[in-house]
Design a protein. Structure first.
Ligand code: XLS
Ligand code: NI
Ligand code: NI
Length: 443
């Protein structure tokens, strides 16, 4: 555990560093499962997860919604000078991260400091905060998991950034990405994310989809080439989401993104950042998306949150569904974990969660959910017959004609002959309920 780092003011007064106390603890501000030093499947929980706090939800998001004004009024959001205000916010962020024992953080450029419409002035502001962040990182040991540029909030991006029909807007997006990459590199950021909220369309009536996607690829190549030229060794992540704010987003889901990366020669530098609630919006489960990415060798990072069964949008609630996360951790462990990334809490406390402590409860719950799920998944893999049952379903491909088929040695005529020779197949149970019970038994 590192030290708590505060600035001149302590923003989260009366809250000490969150410690592991074990499952018997009644302390709501203690971990019951997340013991960062506990070794599971050969690695500490700290190293498995590389948990990160998300700047935008925790220190910028203010509880405002389309129907009402902000409900979260922050003490670090008071000063009139944008750089001084941003420094207070960063002091608060590092106080929270270190009290929460989060080893990483993630940001968009505009989360760190407010941007106007003057590119050079924006670069100056971001640079000032990079200098401040360097000191904070050095003092605390907290690291930057990934940086990104917000290419969706400013009105100029209403028709997209890299996929905007107007080249002039695309160039503004590029200027912003350049500065965000410079900041990420200066802060030893381990990865860089592209989430294309407006890289898509509202209607095909005014959209040349093929051309826009080609521009998207060119843009990503330019960003990648610039970063590599300037010493960035980390991984680029694409974060899929099917819709919202665009009606249709080009990075719809993992399978779509993998196809795109392969088509445009980006597959060596890019992997995927999977968000739980985006998976469900795409009509998949989180587990499905993890498996698709893992099978392609592209399981890079995770944005942790959860959706709401009643809603068709990104509610970004904190993870607390043990069943869902345990199933996900089975895939995570079998894939050998994440490639370069970590588990970033892209989640926000509710509009009516207005105590300073609520942000801590939220992260305690999320970190404990992942820890408990990973421990459970490891037990399932070690002690139950879960893997054996799955393997046995495919036993007919382990020898004889089945094996030859996998080796590409069997023709369609051979298959017909085999079917005739062996008659009608016996029914074989998939044992779904049995397997579901295993999950609950080990939780
Ligand atoms: C929005 C996305 C966003 C990305 C970063 O739905 O999840 O927060 O993670 O731009
Ligand atoms: Ni996200
Ligand atoms: Ni999201």
């Amino acid at each position: 555990m590192g030290n708590v780092i505060t600035g001149d003011t302590e923003f989260f007064k009366g809250i000490n560093q969150i410690k592991f106390e074990g499952p018997e603890s009644d302390n709501p501000l203690a971990f019951r499962w997340y013991d960062e030093n506990r070794v599971v499947a050969g690695k500490t929980l700290k190293d498995h997860f590389r948990f990160a706090g998300a700047y935008w939800h925790s220190f910028v998001g203010n509880g405002g919604d389309p129907f009402g004004a902000p409900t979260h009024v922050f003490a670090w959001d008071k000063k009139s000078d944008p750089i001084e205000r941003a420094k207070d916010k960063m002091d608060a962020a590092f106080e929270f991260l270190t009290k929460m024992n989060l080893p990483f953080y993630c940001f968009h450029d505009v989360d760190v400091v407010d941007y106007g419409n003057d590119i050079v002035e924006n670069e100056r502001r971001l640079q000032a905060l990079v200098d401040h962040a360097k000191q904070k990182q050095a003092a605390s040991g907290v690291k930057l998991l990934w940086g990104t540029a917000n290419l969706f909030s400013n009105p100029r991006y209403m028709n997209g950034a890299s996929t905007n029909p107007d080249f002039h807007v695309l160039a503004h997006g590029a200027a912003q990405v350049k500065a965000a990459l410079d900041a990420t590199i200066a802060l030893d950021g381990e990865n860089y994310v592209f989430w294309g909220g407006r890289e898509g369309y509202m209607t095909l009536l005014n959209t040349d989809m093929k051309r826009e996607q080609e521009h998207f690829a060119k843009f990503l190549h330019a960003a990648k080439d610039y970063a590599r030229k300037n010493g960035f060794k980390g991984t680029f992540f694409i974060e899929p989401k099917p819709a919202e704010p665009s009606k249709h987003q080009y990075d719809f889901d993992c399978a779509t993104v993998i196809g795109f990366l392969n088509q445009f020669g980006l597959e060596k530098d890019f992997k995927i950042n999977i968000e739980v609630n985006h998976a469900t919006l795409a009509g998949h489960t989180f587990q499905h998306e993890l498996q698709v990415a893992a099978d392609a060798g592209m399981l890079g990072s995770v944005d942790a949150n959860r959706g709401d069964y009643q809603n068709g949008w990104d509610t970004d609630q904190f993870p607390n569904n043990l069943n869902e996360i345990t199933e996900a951790m089975l895939i995570f462990l079998e894939a050998g974990g994440l490639q370069g990334g970590g588990v970033n809490f892209d989640a926000k406390i509710r509009r009516n969660s207005t105590d300073m402590k609520d942000l801590f409860y939220a992260h305690v719950g999320g970190m404990d959910t992942f820890a408990r799920a990973l421990i459970t998944a490891d037990n399932i893999l070690q002690k139950s017959d879960f893997k054996k049952i799955r393997e046995e379903r495919y036993a007919s491909f382990d020898s004889g004609k089945g094996k030859e088929f996998e080796q590409g040695k069997v023709s369609l005529e051979d298959l017909r002959a085999y079917a005739i020779e062996n008659g009608e197949p016996a029914t074989i149970s998939g044992k779904q309920e049995y397997l579901e019970n295993i999950i609950n038994r080990y939780i």
